[in-house]
Design a binder for this molecule. Structure first.
Ligand code: NAD
Length: 337
């Protein structure tokens, strides 16, 4: 676009390896001349009463204002009286959909070389509503909540995503043959939204069959949308198809168009501060952030440079069987740019 004023984005470097891999993203963006100005926020050392967690109110305000951000892994401190960091982010920012692009990385050999799918997970309800109780001794109950509002919202996002990214098909994953009311409502909402997108093919796949199809031939799928628990499981299964959590990006979509991208791995305390971490997942997450901002040129360039570096095989971090440091790997990506 003609407007070259920088876009402000919030950056949570996070804990453990977080700051090292966040540094890698900053360097790559600088080399690629991405017009983004980072507002950096660290997890606090004391509970902020306004958020009831170690996340500061200011950091949440920053995401609300910028509506776009990148988050490194966060280690939730153990102890009572505070909310988990990821839960705070999800609730406060109303992050209702978790989007995980999963594609084979050329040159990094796994069982499949033709994976190219997107999982979209409903992130606010289902079995994660936290409504569990004991009915009588020896009998407990957990409530699975499915609402029309949340189902329509995630289905709408899935079709919008498919259209915006030139995808052909959306598959709704369910178990409505058993969960007739809950998954039945989820499917009904998906069908309603599908009618508004006649150019996108729509299908419904029972989750057990979906798992079998995914491991037999992942190329059968394009965009998958599903309730919370199924999404939790299927998205990790898909990460496994391409080489594991160290490579998998994700992006959380919130109410009002907020996008908070994050790697799916944790803070890796065993290798923190040793310049050994693989920044690929966070880098590819930053690419999803650029795509959300419709900065496709920059996204393509950065993604190409990452994939080329991995394919070349000269510079790889230890988790991919190489011996490069985080900084050498990052430099190799910058050289490809
Ligand atoms: P982890 O993902 O941090 O580590 C699991 C293994 O994978 C470790 O051996 C680690 O060295 C390796 N690994 C992870 N990311 C890597 C990378 N980028 N490069 C190279 N190796 C990598 O999982 P964990 O040990 O179960 O969790 C550690 C901490 O992270 C915990 O405090 C947990 O709560 C937190 N966590 C945070 C998030 C998040 O913020 N989204 C997600 C998961 C775990």
């Amino acid at each position: 676009s003609a407007d070259t004023s920088p876009i402000r984005a919030t950056l949570f470097p996070g804990d453990g390896i977080g700051p090292e891999i966040a540094e890698s993203v900053k360097q790559v963006f600088k080399t690629a001349d991405v017009q983004i100005e980072w507002e950096e926020h660290y997890v606090g050392t004391e509970i902020d009463p306004r958020t009831q967690s170690f996340l500061t109110w200011e950091s949440l305000e920053s995401v609300r204002r910028n509506r776009v951000g990148l988050k490194g892994p966060m280690a939730t401190p153990i102890g009572k009286g505070h909310r988990s960091l990821n839960l705070t982010l999800r609730k406060e920012l109303n992050l209702y959909a978790n989007v995980r692009p999963c594609y084979s990385l050329p040159g990094y050999k796994t069982r499949y070389d033709n994976v190219n799918l997107i999982t979209i997970r409903e992130n606010t309800e289902g079995e994660y509503s936290g409504l569990e109780h004991q009915v009588v001794r020896g009998v407990v109950e957990s409530l699975k909540i499915i609402t029309r509002q949340a189902s329509l919202r995630v289905a709408e996002y899935a079709f919008h995503y498919a259209k915006a990214h030139g995808r052909e098909r959306v598959s709704a994953i369910h178990k409505a043959n058993i969960m007739q009311k809950t998954d039945g409502l989820f499917l009904k909402c998906c069908r309603e939204v599908a009618e508004k997108y006649p150019e996108i093919k729509y299908e419904e796949v029972v989750i057990d069959n979906c798992c079998m199809m995914l491991v037999k031939n992942p190329a059968l799928f394009d965009v998958l949308v599903m309730p919370n628990l199924y999404g939790d499981i299927i998205s990790d299964l898909c990460a496994g198809l391409i080489g594991g959590l160290g490579l998998t990006p994700s992006c959380n979509i919130g109410e009002g168009g907020i996008a908070l991208a994050e790697a799916v791995h944790g803070s890796a305390p065993d290798i923190a501060g040793k310049n050994l971490a693989n920044p690929t997942a966070l880098l590819l997450s930053s690419v999803t952030m650029l795509r959300h901002l419709e900065l496709h040129d920059k996204a393509d360039r950065i993604q190409d440079a990452i994939l080329k570096t991995i394919a070349e095989g000269k510079y790889r971090t230890a988790d991919l069987g190489g011996s490069s440091s985080t900084t050498d790997f990052t430099k190799a990506i910058c050289d490809h740019l």
